[in-house]
Design a protein around this ligand. Structure first.
Ligand SMILES: NC(=O)c1ccc[n+]([C@@H]2O[C@H](COP(=O)([O-])OP(=O)(O)OC[C@H]3O[C@@H](n4cnc5c(N)ncnc54)[C@H](O)[C@@H]3O)[C@@H](O)[C@H]2O)c1
Length: 297
């Protein structure tokens, strides 16, 4: 674990580059997973309160970044996880498993490409056989690649982005919901970009808008059945996605009105809130954990 970046004061990390999908283990500094900032500029280990005791979570992209921090904070709150990721990320996934197990909970690993609906179905079947049930579905996996103009954005990239960022959210919700019951929740990861209309990530930004609309419509289908569906819309967060897909110039602008980017742990707290009964009155909503950008919606 890196020394807490909350305590040493936020220094924008030196721009760095990896091939997609990127490995967390190769990032410098390492993202913060289970520490949260305190009111006096220091940091502390996230403290659990059994908010998710014995709940079972299915988390896509759980090997690294926000997904890893969600799996770890869920474990601290008493939940077991089944995490899905790409095979290139096996070493990161094994680290997530070790971290979850260090908090006394189970973490099952499943490498697959979620662009295929058959793979989504197999992953759900496998999760049900390992976990016994799925109480929390975290749709979190995504792809992005910077392109300045629609004139240079290839049709192939547009389709690839939607195949990765929204179609599996639909497939997984469709396959998991028949096994969910009252009190279970779905949380979808969107982005501030669909609220601000980021121009150099047009395909990604559009797919994230689809996620917000999907969240609202699905909530309206299931809220009366006691299953809540919500979204988070983070601003910049220090994760492999950033170093694998953003230019050096864009990484220099990795900040927010708070004067720094976020750490995955600070976004994972929102997932804990939405997964637990602390958010019992929220459904169809989006939490804007973006460092203070005011948005409509
Ligand atoms: N990092 C940020 O600044 C930021 C900001 C806003 C929203 N987000 C969102 O957070 C979520 C998590 O991203 P992150 O930043 O933690 O980066 P990350 O690289 O750690 O996570 C993305 C994960 O997506 C998974 N993935 C991608 N394509 C896949 C596929 N075809 N099949 C299976 N898994 C696949 C990979 O396992 C990868 O780990 C994404 O939805 C992203 O859009 C991130």
């Amino acid at each position: 674990m890196s020394p807490s970046q909350f305590e040493i004061g936020w220094q924008p990390p030196a721009p760095q580059s990896q091939n997609v999908p990127g490995l967390e283990s190769r990032m410098d500094p390492l993202p913060v997973v289970d520490e949260v900032p305190t009111w006096n500029g220091k940091a502390t280990k996230y403290k659990g309160a059994n908010k998710l005791l014995d709940r079972k979570a299915f988390i896509t992209g759980g090997d690294s970044g926000i997904g890893r921090a969600v799996a770890v904070l869920f474990a601290i709150e008493g939940a077991d996880s089944f995490i899905v990721y790409l095979s290139e990320e096996q070493s990161d996934a094994e680290q997530t498993k070790r971290m979850v197990e260090s908090y006394g909970r189970k973490c099952y690993l499943h490498a697959t490409d979620l662009k295929s609906k058959d793979n989504c179905r197999k992953a759900v079947d496998e999760a049900l056989s390992k976990l016994g049930s799925i109480n929390i579905l975290v749709n979190n996996a995504a792809y992005q690649m910077m392109t300045d103009s629609i004139l240079e954005l290839s049709e192939e990239q547009w389709v690839h982005t939607f195949d990765t960022n929204i179609h599996p959210y639909f497939y997984l919700a469709k396959y998991v919901l028949p096994h969910m019951k009252q009190g279970d929740t779905i949380i979808n990861n969107a982005s501030v970009n669909c609220y601000v209309g980021r121009p150099d990530l047009l395909d990604y930004t559009s797919s994230k808008g689809a996620i917000v609309a999907f969240t609202r419509g699905l909530s309206n289908q299931f809220v009366g059945k006691g299953i809540r569906v919500n979204a988070v819309a983070p601003g910049p967060v220090w994760t492999p996605l950033i170093v694998a897909t953003m230019t050096e110039e864009a990484q220099k602008g990795f900040t927010s009105p708070m004067g720094r980017g976020a750490q995955p742990s600070e976004i994972a707290t929102c997932f804990v809130f939405l997964a637990s009964n602390d958010s019992s009155q929220l459904s169809g909503q989006t939490i804007h954990c973006n460092g203070g950008v005011i948005v409509n919606g």
